[in-house]
Design a protein around this ligand. Structure first.
Ligand SMILES: [Cu+2]
Length: 151
């Protein structure tokens, strides 16, 4: 926790474009830490599974295992048709400034890695997929594995 905050302050002193969290009084800070801790315990209880993060030359790689429902499959003939998945909340999602902000459930595009075979999937299928996130690379997000979820 303290390390994250230190990094955030270092980041803002380096003049990153987005402002750091607003300065709070010490009491408020302590309160928000308690609230954060409680929220973290709650979210871990109902959390998606996730793997330890790794570091590469390109930066920090975050790996999440997430459940969801396929909303749209990509169309090779139409690049605007991406893989869309309604995903569950990702409580340990880390934003581009290194904050663990979490991400609520939503439908969004997920670029599949080139070796991911989607031929057995259809819209409406419940899935579990491995998501790699690296803010330093393009694409930032990549589905590296996907499997059917049995009900
Ligand atoms: Cu999302």
């Amino acid at each position: 926790m303290n390390r994250t905050m230190m990094q955030a302050e270092n980041g803002s002193s380096l003049g990153q474009p987005r402002p750091a969290q607003p300065r709070l009084g010490q009491l408020a800070t302590r309160c928000s830490l308690v609230v954060t801790a409680v929220l973290m315990i709650l979210t871990i209880a109902c959390s998606s599974e996730s793997k330890p993060d790794e570091t590469t030359d390109d930066g920090q790689v975050h790996t999440y295992i997430v459940r969801g429902v396929i909303r749209q499959l990509p169309d090779p003939g139409d690049p605007s048709k991406q893989l869309l998945i309604l995903h569950e909340a990702i409580p340990d999602w880390v934003n581009d400034e290194g904050y663990e902000t979490g991400m609520p459930g939503m439908t969004m595009p997920f670029p599949p890695a080139p070796d991911v075979d989607l031929s057995s999937f259809s819209p409406g299928d419940r899935v579990r997929f491995t998501l790699r996130l690296n803010w330093e690379t393009a694409p930032r997000l990549q589905v590296t594995r996907i499997e059917h979820l049995q009900d």
